[in-house]
Ligand binder design. Sequence first.
Ligand SMILES: NC(=O)c1ccc[n+]([C@@H]2O[C@H](COP(=O)([O-])OP(=O)(O)OC[C@H]3O[C@@H](n4cnc5c(N)ncnc54)[C@H](OP(=O)(O)O)[C@@H]3O)[C@@H](O)[C@H]2O)c1
Length: 309
Amino acid sequence: MKSIVVRSFGGPEVLEVADLPEPEAGEGQVLVRVAAAPVTAVDLDIRSGELAGYLAELDHYALGRSAAGVVERVGAQVTDFVEGDQVMGVCGPLAALYAAQAEKVVFDRGHVVHVPRRASLAQASTLPLNGLTADQALQALDVPEGATVLVTGAAGCVGGFVVELARHRGLRVAAAARDSDEETLRSMGAEHFIPRGADLATAVREWAPDGVDGVVDTAVLRDAAAEAVRDGGRFVALVIGGEPKPGRNVRVRTVWAKPDAERLAELAVLVDEGHLTPRVAETFALAAVAEAHDRFAAGSVRGHLVVVP
Ligand SMILES: NC(=O)c1ccc[n+]([C@@H]2O[C@H](COP(=O)([O-])OP(=O)(O)OC[C@H]3O[C@@H](n4cnc5c(N)ncnc54)[C@H](OP(=O)(O)O)[C@@H]3O)[C@@H](O)[C@H]2O)c1
């Protein structure tokens, strides 16, 4: 079967469509024929070598952490899925010989759930990694209903999910993004909008005079984002080195998304209820994955870039 792999780190030219043996569903696993798998920031970081220090040494690294598709076979001890079910799931380890940008993928039972009824498979494929990242960022922020939250990179893949989930959980959201994103972000639930280029600390205090209770910094603005937080407030980073300088009385947490089928199933319900919007900007054949990496790296993409094997 075809699978996107890298054998050495570098630019999009190191991406290869390899022919790998089909993975098999072992005990407690589900073999899925992949319909769609998003290209995410993590794929670019594995490909470029940015995450090299965190990867086990392997002959090749298969890309794609999240996918949606159709169950082809279930392993022993799997009772909640049958052949033909439409599912979405997230891969376990970062360094893997098999992953989701491939014709087939194997998910552990606790990493996979049925897709939302109201989403296409391409849309559903965007939830298992970036939806869970947004959900876990808000869990780590851990602020009460009614609290004020700044989301940087609010129009991005993770940021958009954070805005909608925060709003749904009764938080008051300030969204930072480009001017052209204002209308969309307000429709997604942002109460305050901060255009790119504005000083975040000042712009936030026009709305929350002491600063916000917390920030989820998906744009990796670090100190500039932390300056918008009130004394005693909270900061969530999503990348290594994404934390602000120490010095202020702000609690900092760094979040690494973990598979969580129970929470993923809850996200599926939110999609069906219209509270969460999986966005797809464009789809790409496996052979065109380098184009998707170029597009992602260029920025200003609104919605996910999804590979359709
Ligand atoms: N920890 C985890 O488990 C985990 C999981 C997934 C993602 N991540 C990380 O989360 C981050 C966001 O991922 P994503 O998929 O949401 O990426 P994305 O779709 O590219 O979104 C990032 C957003 O940040 C904005 N941005 C970037 N640089 C900026 C700057 N200097 N000033 C203002 N805005 C800026 C971008 O705006 P424009 O588009 O307008 O340029 C974009 O909308 C990435 O760093 C990724 O590595 C972490």
